[in-house]
Design a protein around this ligand. Structure first.
Ligand SMILES: *Cc1c(COP(=O)(O)O)cnc(C)c1O
Length: 393
């Protein structure tokens, strides 16, 4: 998709301004239900909720504008927008398994996807095998006659391993397996898994689509047939569709998405360069660094990398890492990413202090999200935190 098309999608597509006073910003149609003039119209809506306004747990005009734009961005026929990325994950998987089925998932996927695979689905006799998804052979080896889903996340959001999406989609089609890919890292601006043959693509719109750390939402895109089937069962039944005001915030976020991604891409490169040259940094993990093991695949499959990177700090104990993080003055310590503000999470915050092993590179990882601040502002903050650990050692 060239820039003209992207600009059209974000500024005009799916907006019917003649219908609302030629307003540039769309109305928030904050209603739970819609009225009918005749019994016949109501009957028709009961029969085909997917193409009528009946009740806002299903369709809503503000959400509709957003849905059309997001599906177009994904190069998909249709999409559903949920009240969280986690709900999009849950609905996509639930819609495609039955008791006795098996899932092949790449390891290192989003925590709540893992919780679903490990804790919820086994109660319904659905099992999951985790594989290293960097080699297509591992998918073939793990596939069983009852495998229903290949669950992908490319790249993942800590160490950024990729899957060759074209190859996985082709293998899945041979076996009649549904492919689902979490595309939160790239956004549809930088990667469109549907164009590689992936059946369902999802993303946490909380991240770059919202872009301002003020809304939680998720997107699930795919063929019209698949999305309509999910709408009529899991979407309506889980009841976790996005609310009109939140949909309006996401439409607002979309207006500036490419500009934000462009800025963040430049800032991130400057920060990767800074970290690579710093003597307290052992390693920087970023898919667009030439030493990344899957750099070639990243270059082929993704047109951008954006703001998430991980670095390994040289530290002989957990206190060093804690001092580094506690010393940051501008970079917030918080979960999530994709907003205006830079964020950091040290891996050691997810473990007990006594379990920290300084010999483990993984334990010394810090995940950094580069926001919309000036690159020099973020770098100066990192530098003064590096200085702080030199002082206490
Ligand atoms: C945040 C995130 C999700 C979940 O999205 P929510 O909007 O927080 O529910 C899923 N996948 C990835 C990779 C994420 O980073």
């Amino acid at each position: 998709m060239d820039n003209m098309e992207l600009s059209f999608i974000l500024n005009e597509f799916a907006e019917d301004r003649d219908n609302y006073f030629r307003a540039i910003a769309p109305p928030i149609v904050q209603t739970s239900n819609f009225a009918f003039k005749t019994v016949d119209e109501l009957r028709h809506s009961f029969e085909d909720e997917y193409s009528t306004w009946l009740y806002s747990r299903g369709l809503n005009p503000t959400v509709e504008i957003l849905r059309k734009k997001l599906a177009a961005l994904d190069a998909a026929e249709d999409c559903l927008v949920f009240n969280s990325g986690a709900a999009a994950i849950f609905a996509s998987v639930l819609a495609n398994v039955k008791s006795g089925d098996h899932i092949v998932s790449v390891k290192g996927v989003y925590t709540w996807a893992q919780k679903m695979f490990n804790d919820i689905l086994p109660r319904f006799n659905v099992s999951t095998t985790y594989i290293d998804g960097t080699d297509i052979q591992h998918f073939a080896d793990a596939t069983k006659p009852n495998t229903a889903i290949y669950y992908l996340e490319s790249p993942n959001s800590w160490t950024y391993e990729l899957q060759d999406l074209r190859a996985v989609a082709a293998l899945a089609k041979e076996h009649g397996i549904i492919t689902i890919c979490d595309n939160s890292y790239c956004t549809p601006v930088f990667q469109k898994p549907v164009t590689y043959g992936i059946d369902l693509v999802l993303q946490s719109a909380t991240k770059y689509i919202g872009g301002h750390s003020d809304t939680v939402a998720g997107v699930l895109s795919g063929s019209k047939a698949m999305i309509e089937r999910i709408f009529n069962s899991e979407y309506l039944n889980i009841g976790s569709g996005i609310q009109p005001f939140n949909a309006w915030l996401l439409i607002r976020g979309l207006r500036t998405l490419p500009a934000r991604l462009e800025r963040i891409t430049r800032t991130t490169q400057a920060i990767v360069d800074f970290l690579n040259s710093h003597d307290r940094v052992e390693k920087v993990i970023f898919p667009f660094s030439s030493d990344f093991p899957q750099y070639q695949l990243a270059m082929q499959q993704m047109s951008g990398g954006c703001g998430l990177l991980t670095f390994v700090i040289k530290a002989k104990d957990v206190t060093t890492i804690e001092t580094f993080c506690n010393s940051l003055k501008h970079i917030f310590m918080a979960v999530s990413w994709g907003g205006h503000e830079s964020l950091i999470i040290p891996k050691c915050s997810g473990m007990k202090r006594e379990d920290f092993n300084p010999a483990s590179q993984e334990h010394r990882q810090l995940r950094l999200y580069c926001g919309l601040e000036d690159a020099g502002y973020i770098i100066a903050d990192l530098q003064q935190a590096f200085d702080a650990i030199e002082r206490v050692e």
